[in-house]
Design a protein around this ligand. Structure first.
Ligand code: PEP
Ligand code: MG
Length: 554
């Protein structure tokens, strides 16, 4: 740490999403409401508490309405349904009566809400019905929202000065770790940037920030304790520098870089490289289409679950999202990557075991095979879409041919009793053992995609999420490019499409090298498509491989 002027503090972190921004900060921290005010009420105090509660209900309803609108726009009506359910619970007459009765007996509003909603929640949680259990966690969420208003704490954002709290609107969000759920909760189109304590360049936080086109820096330890809401900060997502309270000289020196976000301009497809898009929600399919993506080469379906507050989505909800995405790209292929949950993408509602080494534990295809109740609704939702258009299903973290076969067979068993149209089954190359038997795997798979984020992690034993070792998480080793050549050769021999959907594909410094290794299809964040197409047209490799992006017939 060094000081550039009396008050200015310069910190150095990891550049994870490019761009330079200056703005006030919003501290993001979930309010757990551990220290609630408790006092006895009587006489006029009873009416006052009921009045406070009614006002709090109105504010919560307004917030739920606005969340419902944003989630409907950004993700879909099905996912917005949880907010409708929460509104109905809030208006439930029996529950209202019970809370009122607790206040009549002397409890203040915060206590009454906690007592009654906790009682309901634990009763529901004990019942052996998944749907009802889901409602139990909605009650927990509802309680938090009511207490946020009653205790006058800004929802989810810890904010020392109320007037500064803007839930990310025109703010730089500071958080210990940017989880997928937090990124989804920050519902702001004009969010300026992210600074986090943890997270490597290919962490899901970084991928999300880049997908949203938001500058970000990670790896600034203890930042949450060095800064408070409303402070001014400048962050440079290209160098990793974060300046707290930048001086006028620092601002002036960076004025030309602190530019407004560049409007995106699509670049037409080029013959050198097929460029597909990576998306995380159905709503992003439209941006991919607008950027003239030649299909979706990776749909990280687990993000739809995070977007709906970490809840499990039903078969019907998934069907609607997948169908919407397919309609948005108007017939172009979509590689639906089946739920890749576990490790750095835990799903709250699943209550997964605590593991010593989660990256090598219960995740990806292994977790899907172990949790048929999780896989079944997704398999059936995808099968239903396939009755209207071809569907590409891609299995995550495949360890080899045997596991790929098992996934395919399990998918078939789970959908055996419903009509199924054309489905192509693909594997991700993310685990070295699967790459070792690439030839056999590609004989059976209809297509494959290289997940280089995890492949680098497991090939070189270097954690993709750990900013301490992030200097070693890169593809600049001959042995790695040799591996990519082997995969591309195997795909050519089998006549199967092979793409790469990890982050290295969106870095222009590797475009030429990828083409030289025989890889002719990349899948990247929609915002990166113009730069990568421009880079591909400058390639020195004019001998284009025979791999096509069409599934081999017959
Ligand atoms: C990868 O590992 O490269 C990949 C594309 O999957 P994810 O980043 O979602 O783990
Ligand atoms: Mg992966």
């Amino acid at each position: 740490m060094s000081s550039g002027s009396k008050n200015e503090v310069r910190l150095s972190g990891l550049a994870i999403s490019p761009g330079v921004v200056l703005g006030k900060v919003c501290m993001f921290k979930q309010n757990k409401h551990n220290a609630l005010p408790t006092y006895k009420v009587s006489g006029k105090g009873v009416d006052r508490e009921k009045d406070r509660l009614n006002k709090a209900r109105e504010i919560v309803i307004e917030r739920l309405n606005s969340l419902q609108d944003t989630v409907t726009d950004r993700i879909g009506q099905a996912e917005a349904g949880i907010f409708v359910a929460q509104k109905m619970m809030l208006q439930d007459p029996a529950m209202r009566q019970e809370i009122d009765a607790a206040i009549d007996q002397g409890a203040n509003a915060e206590r009454a809400v906690t007592e009654i909603l906790d009682a309901y929640e634990s009763q529901l949680a004990q019942l052996d019905d998944e749907y009802i259990k889901e409602r139990a966690s909605d009650l927990g969420e509802l309680k938090r929202r009511l207490l946020d208003v009653l205790c006058d704490t800004s929802p989810s954002f810890q904010c020392s000065v109320d007037s500064h709290c803007a839930r990310g609107h025109h703010r730089i969000v500071i958080t210990e770790e940017l989880t997928p759920s937090i990124a989804m909760e920050v519902e702001s189109d004009d969010l300026l940037g992210f600074v986090t304590e943890r997270g490597g360049e290919t962490s899901h936080a970084a991928i999300l920030a880049r997908a949203m086109g938001i500058p970000a820096v990670s790896g600034i330890s203890d930042i949450v304790n060095q800064i408070s809401c409303g402070m001014e900060v400048m962050l440079n997502g290209c160098t990793g520098e974060v300046v707290i309270r930048p001086s006028d000289e620092t601002k002036a020196a960076n004025a030309d870089k602190i530019a407004k976000r560049q409007p995106l301009e699509a670049v037409a497809p080029v013959k050198q490289l097929t460029v597909m898009a990576n998306i995380s929600t159905a709503a992003e399919a439209k941006l991919a289409h607008d950027m003239l993506a030649e299909g979706i080469g990776l749909y990280r379906t687990e993000f739809e679950f995070f977007a709906s507050g970490g809840k499990l989505l039903t078969e019907q909800q998934q069907y609607q999202s997948y169908r919407n995405a397919a309609l948005a790209v108007k017939g172009a292929p979509i590689y639906f990557r089946m739920l890749d949950i576990g490790a750095d993408k835990p799903l709250e509602e699943l209550d997964l075991p605590v593991e010593d080494n989660p990256a090598l534990g219960y995740r990806g295809a292994r977790l899907l095979l172990g949790m048929p109740d999780l896989m079944r609704p997704q398999a059936r939702a995808l099968a239903r879409v396939s009755t209207e258009m071809p569907v590409w299903v891609m299995y995550p973290m495949i360890t080899g041919l045997a596991q790929f076969r098992l996934m395919k067979q399990t998918f078939a068993e789970m959908t055996a009793d419903i009509p199924v149209g054309k489905i192509y089954h693909g594997a991700m190359f993310e685990v070295p053992s699967a790459c070792m038997e690439a030839e056999k795997l590609l004989e059976e798979a209809d297509f494959a995609s290289i997940g280089s984020n995890d492949l680098i992690q497991y090939f070189f034993a270097v954690d993709r999420n750990n900013s301490i070792v992030s200097g070693d998480h890169h593809p600049d080793y001959d042995v790695f490019w040799g591996l990519l050549e082997k995969l591309s050769l195997a795909a050519n021999l089998a006549g199967k499409p092979l793409s790469i959907c990890g982050e290295l594909a969106s870095d222009v410094q590797y475009t030429d090298k990828l083409i030289a290794s025989g890889i002719r299809t990349v899948s990247i964040s929609p915002r990166r498509i113009p730069d990568i197409r421009n880079a591909a047209t400058e390639t020195k490799n004019q001998q284009f491989a025979t791999t096509t992006n069409e599934i081999k017939k017959g």
